[in-house]
Design a protein around this ligand. Structure first.
Ligand code: C5P
Length: 397
């Protein structure tokens, strides 16, 4: 799908710039032609010579290069590509893009282009989380700029959190998706994600430790394959991905209603950690602390959304459930497949020792009617990509 395509690769000035050299290689391996554009800051991290050698093309570096302007102006350069990729997209480049600044070749190209733009942000975690970057990202998304990543993890600066540039396979996938309609084009996929909050009173609730990271990654991967994703999410720590229709909910009952309202769908991936019980005698006003007197909470069972979707008259062709277990993962998951009436169960070990809950990695076993398959431990985004590919393949038959 990227074979014969022309990609203009803007390399920003961040430590992740060295990975962009490998990106050139990967894109060329897929048959794409890559024209690198280096910002001045990028040249502090990678040399124009290595970018030229790997791309086998002239590297564009400076707005006021008269030879370039005579041969191929920056306007033409910005329009000649099938896709403009910015990797790494630094906080500074994102800010320039969001505000339409054009004070060097890279930003001028980004302002002048009429081609789709995909950015792979990479920066320090504080810069990524700064309200200014949040605003700039929202502006860019509203402008139709595509994004991939950033990933969460240890950063070159020693801090930990979101800000690492997405891994190369994810960027290449995103490039592919941006250049094609994707195998899930025209398919509607329901994804539930995150925890639910079950109120005790107006200020207190019962919750669980789900961060929503795996569900968000799955929704992003499905969207990258062209799916029309309906993302029904409880109050998650991880923000919803770009390019999906977000339906925010709080309680299990709200999640059930929202999920059912999205049917019919071609597939459903129920990754939410739905609370099993809600407080049936939740108070309408804040419970007061009284000496020696404990509130007596009563519980009722929540609807099982996975079961309801699996048994619904508009049941999606493929229903995928999750089984977060702490013991006997495989046996419990196999039983769950049977009991829930879904087609696949993705089982994972969420015991404290596994570090899965709230962590960046996951180790899953995929159970289907045909048997089970254990995947090696990998990042949640890699699990998501593989799963999305599987779903696409299953819906193609
Ligand atoms: O029964 P258990 O909670 O372990 O099942 C997990 C699977 O069922 C997950 O896919 C989860 O999203 C789904 N589920 C649900 N509604 C519930 C409980 C679980 O959709 N009330």
């Amino acid at each position: 799908m990227i074979d014969g395509k022309h990609i203009l690769l803007v390399i920003g000035g961040g430590i992740a710039a060295f990975k962009s050299l490998d990106l050139i290689r990967e894109l060329r391996r897929g048959g794409a032609e890559v024209t690198p554009v280096l910002t001045r800051a990028a040249e502090e991290f990678v040399t124009p010579l290595s970018a030229a050698a790997l791309s086998a093309r002239k590297v564009h570096r400076d707005l006021f290069n008269l030879t370039d302007e005579a041969e191929m102006g920056h306007i033409e350069l910005s329009r000649s590509a099938d896709l403009v990729v910015v990797a790494p997209a630094t906080a500074d480049l994102m800010a320039k893009m969001a505000h339409g600044l054009a004070d060097d070749l890279a930003s001028t190209i980004l302002l002048a282009t009429d081609t789709r733009v995909l950015i792979a942000p990479a920066m320090n975690v504080r810069m990524w989380l700064h309200p200014a970057t949040r605003r700039n990202l929202a502006t860019l998304e509203a402008d139709g700029v595509l994004t991939v990543g950033p990933d969460e993890g240890e950063m070159a600066c020693g801090e930990f959190g979101p800000g690492r540039m997405a891994e190369l396979p994810a960027i290449v996938d995103a490039v592919r998706a941006a250049l094609s309609d994707g195998p899930l084009k025209g398919r509607r996929v329901l994804v539930t994600s995150g925890p639910t909050h079950e109120p005790i009173d107006p200020v207190r609730y019962i919750a669980n430790r789900s961060s929503g990271a795996q569900g968000a990654a799955i929704a992003a991967s499905l969207a990258a394959l062209g799916a029309d994703v309906r993302f029904v999410t409880g109050p998650a720590e991880v923000p919803p991905p770009r390019g999906v229709a977000v339906v925010p909910v709080r309680t299990a009952r709200q999640m059930r209603d929202a999920a059912i309202a999205e049917l019919p769908a071609d597939a459903a991936v129920m990754a939410a950690a739905v609370a099993d019980w809600s407080v049936s005698n939740a108070s309408g006003s804040k419970l007061k602390k009284r000496d020696g007197e404990m509130p007596a909470l009563e519980f009722r069972e929540n609807p099982d959304i996975l079961v309801e979707v699996s048994r619904h008259p508009d049941r999606p062709r493929l229903v995928v459930g999750f089984a977060a277990e702490t013991d006997d993962v495989a046996a419990n998951a196999a039983a769950k497949l049977e009991r829930k009436g879904c087609d696949w169960i993705i089982a994972n070990d969420v015991s404290e020792a596994s570090g899965v809950m709230g962590g960046a990695d996951n180790a899953v076993t995929v159970m289907t009617a045909g048997g089970s398959e254990t995947w090696p431990r990998m990042s949640k985004s890699e699990v998501a990509r593989r799963l999305a590919d599987r779903i696409a393949a299953a819906l193609a038959t």
